[in-house]
Design a protein around this ligand. Sequence first.
Ligand code: RIB
Ligand code: CA
Length: 315
Amino acid sequence: MAVPIFIDCDPGHDDMMAIMLAVAHPQLELIGISTVAGNQTGERTFDNAGRILTLLNRTDIPLARGADAPLCRKLVTAPAFHGTSGLDGAELPSSAVPERAESAIALMARAILENPGPVVLVPTGPLTNVAMALRAHPEIADSIERIVLMGGGVFDSNTTPAAEFNIFVDPEAAAAVFAGGVPITMVGLDATNKAVLDYDQIAQIEAMGGPVSRVVAPLMRFFSGANEELFGINGAPIHDALAVAAVVAPDLLVTQDVYVAVETQGDLTRGQTVADLYGITGLAPNASVALGVDRGRFIAMMIDAIRRLDETVVA
Ligand code: RIB
Ligand code: CA
């Protein structure tokens, strides 16, 4: 029985890989997508999600545009990593998905409540939409089996020395989600910076020469650029795809159940995910935090997904 998942994302190169894995994996059912401003503006991330679904011939998957800004802060984007389009590096088809009258949080709530069983919610961008949905529709919490989010880090960071991008952009939203009571798996940088598609694997995808692989390879090369330049990573850390993979194969991750809170006041520490690894606060764990990953098995799953999409997508 496929696991129903709903993705909230800010495409974004690694968000694209997350969507591709969710569409391709036989044990996952992608019941809807909402987009949020993050890697690029709200307009761009929505258009990029539409382009991805158009490329995959999956415009049947409901898609709605969400927040254009964090709950109470100015938007910070990531053009150094994702370019001015948010998906620089290759030409995707124009989006065949029009904006819908239904808001992102309305679609998210309806998709979750209408699903016959509990849904796994997979946020891979700033948590603005998720926080708003839980505030506007608290009844959805009981129908969310788990929130498996890409974000945060215990020992690792990328936007400031203390914070990861998704949490940094909207720390108030993240603080609300971590305090919200829904079980969380935090797939943070401690695992995702090891979840790297290296240059040999990008070349392997390029050699497939299919309608999806021939777009994925140059996009991954682009995404590798800033990651190698700034962090010395030898390839593309496909952060968001690991969150999706962790839904279908939780044992890909090495995790520890701990209490996590999000810093919203600190000048130097805004957006830090403060993990109580030793139980010093005495507060009950609210998150299963990823500290390691079986990289080989994850990358094999991702490459297999691209292969499947090449076979199913009509060029
Ligand atoms: O820090 C990595 C995260 O920020 C990923 O979700 C990436 O897409 C960006 O949104
Ligand atoms: Ca993202």
